[in-house]
Structure formats: C-alpha cells, structure tokens
Design a protein around this ligand. Structure first.
Ligand code: HEC
Length: 154
C-alpha cells in the first residue's frame, strides 16, 4: 500500500513539474520548438565578439604599458580618452606629426621644449594652467618608442 502511495506521489510530482516547465515555455499556446530555435547563427555571433575584442598587445606594447603605468599613469588617464592632471594622450602622435624628435625631447624634458619657445608646447603649457609635467631624462628613445606604440594602440 505504501509503495502504491509512493508511486502516486512521484507521478503527481513529475506531472506537476512538467506542467510548470511547459507553462513557462508558453505551452500549450506556443509550440515548444519555437522557444528553442534550431538555427543559431554561429558565424555572426563569433565575428561580433571578435570585432569588439582588441588585438593582443605585442611584446613592445607590453613594455610600453609597464613604462606607462610606472611613469605616466599618475597624471595621464590609462584609458587615454579622459583628461586628468595631464591631457588625454589619445592620438598624441598625430598632434606632433612631423615633429617626432621634438615629441621625444618633450617626454625627456618638457620644460626644455617649452623654454625653446615652441608655440605648440607653449600653448599646451598655458592651457594646462602651467602645470609642470615631470621630466624623464632616463627614458631612452627605445623606451619612448615602446610607450608611444602602447599609447597609440589604446
Ligand atoms: C606630474 C604629472 C605628469 C606626469 C607624471 C607625466 N605627464 Fe605628460 N603631461 C602633463 C601635463 C600637465 C601636460 C600638459 C602640458 C604641460 O602643462 O606641461 C602633459 C603633456 C604631455 C604630452 C603632450 C600632450 C599633447 O596633447 O600634445 C605628452 C606626449 C605627454 N605628456 C607624455 C607623457 C608621458 C609619455 C609620460 C610618462 C613617461 C608623462 N607624460 C608623464 C603631466 C604629466
């Protein structure tokens, strides 16, 4: 008798839970197979997420990132888009285009470039309320190459 009762309860339990599942799935008003689409466009989903991902950092950019975090991130935002104590560095190489050597000089010693009377450097210095960027005389040209490829990539 106990066994029959047990089977009955088990049956009731299974029946009610299937009903709930079916009801959640819209049963009987929707065909259940409409809810589980058989066609999933894997190609488009994959390419979408690939587009959003940035390409991996190169060895050189990793070196640049380390240098940036150590020396520059206290004044220049890491996202390169927002200003902080210093300006956002996004597209900075475009702003110094054709004057790359001066840009390297600037990073090594901004005050020297400002006192040389370069109009762009002077205007920038004025715009930033004459806030002084630290000089980095220890950075080599190679270090600055690394830094700039990282900045350009961000
Ligand atoms: C103490 C804060 C500070 C630090 C640290 C600092 N900067 Fe700056 N940076 C500034 C400020 C402020 C300016 C704006 C010009 C000025 O006021 O001298 C600037 C301007 C610049 C510019 C010119 C931006 C433009 O739009 O043309 C570059 C390039 C630059 N910084 C690169 C760097 C790099 C690379 C480092 C790290 C090696 C660094 N800065 C570290 C404060 C800083």
């Amino acid at each position: 008798m106990k066994f029959i009762f047990f089977c009955f309860t088990l049956f009731l339990f299974c029946w009610s839970s299937t009903c709930t599942i079916n009801r959640q799935a819209g049963y009987p008003f929707k065909k259940p197979d409409l809810i589980y689409p058989t066609k999933v466009d894997l190609a488009t989903t994959a390419s979408k997420s690939d587009d959003q991902k940035k390409p991996k950092l190169t060895e050189q950019q990793i070196r640049g990132k380390k240098l940036f975090r150590k020396n520059c991130a206290s004044c220049h935002r890491r996202n390169m888009v927002d200003d902080m104590t210093g300006p956002a560095l996004q597209d900075v190489t475009d702003r110094w285009e054709g004057r790359e050597t001066l840009l390297y000089d600037w990073i090594k010693n901004p005050q020297a470039v400002i006192s040389s009377g370069d109009p762009y450097a002077l205007a920038l210095y004025k715009k930033w309320g004459e806030a002084e960027m630290s000089a980095f005389p220890k950075l080599t040209d190679e270090n600055i190459d690394d830094l700039l490829t990282y900045i350009e990539r961000e």
